[in-house]
Write a protein that binds this ligand. Structure first.
Ligand code: 13P
Ligand code: SF4
Length: 319
């Protein structure tokens, strides 16, 4: 604890000295979430991380999350320095959608509007017409469908399935998945629901369709937070990364939150729904990059103007 307190003090001081601000995702360690808020930064979902990073006047952003979040911040503000505690923090969706194969997929469907999830590389974004995050994907695809667009969707097939089921849009899918949400299991969730019959089931749409079918609410991290706050229920089962439980619990002190079961759960691993890449973010990493300026996010300048187009569309749509 003394070491953590010292690191936090050091980060507070360095943020001021460097005119820097922290932007954290809900899945990173609680210390990084609390410190971001306490020092004038933000803890939020991926959509609001992007907007906040673009609009904040600080010249240096420290992004605690995964690489696509740092890259999005850099694409929106190429003049700013974007630091990340660990540049190897990636995402299975990003890894599973390499640009060459994605280009070939797009070339095979030239008549379709290309809609990609934020969890992708700058190169994939540069090939897209629209970017979406889970908090706006449904509304954007619905609007595109109403305008007569056929959709090419990448990379998360579960989110794509969910959106197609909700909107009836004509969609072809890339076959990607989030390794965390893909592990939630319907059979075990049904059993947990029986143990807690009054619990409201909150599910992130990166989960498999059978798990989504058991949900009382389906939404992004910020949507899950809002649903828990607004609900009269006292108990909740949460199917998303367990980093989310910190905010859920601190904002809802009288309510009880259970983690949805995953395939990986066992006697030795009681909370397996945690992204290994989000877990690479640490207080020590933040302190180090602020001190040394190491781990600055770099995006190929040739890609930035094109990659910015779908991001700007998303931010304008959701403004
Ligand atoms: P949200 O946009 O719901 O925060 O989810 C992004 C995500 O998957 C981060 O891993
Ligand atoms: Fe990617 Fe899943 Fe990790 Fe989010 S939780 S960064 S979608 S692997």
């Amino acid at each position: 604890p003394a070491e953590r307190a010292a690191l936090k003090d050091k980060i507070r001081r360095l943020l001021q000295e460097r005119n820097a601000v922290m932007v954290s995702h809900y899945y990173v360690h609680p210390d990084l979430q609390d410190l971001a808020e306490e020092t004038g930064g933000i803890v939020s979902d991926s959509l609001e991380m992007a907007r906040f990073g673009r609009d904040h006047p600080a010249q240096t952003l420290v992004v605690s999350g995964v690489r696509f979040m740092g890259e999005t911040a850099k694409i929106l503000s190429p003049e700013k320095t974007v630091l990340m505690p660990d540049l190897d923090a990636t995402c299975s969706l990003d890894l599973g959608c390499p640009i060459d194969a994605f280009n070939a997929f797009c070339d095979a469907h030239p008549e379709r509007t290309v809609v990609v999830y934020a969890n992708t590389s700058a190169a994939v974004k540069a090939r897209a017409d629209w970017l979406v995050t889970s908090s706006c994907a449904l509304d954007i695809v619905r609007a595109l469908k109403d305008q007569g667009h056929k959709i090419l969707w990448a990379p998360d097939r579960h989110l794509g399935d969910y959106i197609r089921a909700e909107t009836g849009a004509d969609m072809v899918f890339w076959n990607g998945a989030c390794i965390v949400h893909d592990e939630f299991k319907a059979f075990e969730l049904t059993a947990l629901k029986k143990e807690h019959p009054g619990a409201m089931v909150l599910v992130h749409p990166e989960s498999p369709a059978e798990v989504i079918a058991l949900a009382d609410f389906v939404g992004s991290t910020s949507g899950i937070l809002r649903a828990a706050r607004e609900s009269e229920a006292r108990e909740f089962i949460v199917a998303t990364d367990n980093g989310m439980l910190h905010k859920l619990r601190t904002l809802n002190p009288g309510k009880v939150f259970y983690e949805a079961p995953t395939a990986g759960r066992s006697a030795t691993c009681k909370s397996c729904a945690h992204c290994p890449w989000m877990a690479m973010n640490s207080l020590a990493g933040v302190a180090q990059v602020l001190e040394t300026g190491a781990n600055a996010v770099h995006v190929d300048p040739a890609l930035i103007p094109r990659a910015r187009v779908p991001i700007d569309r998303m931010l304008a749509f959701t403004a």
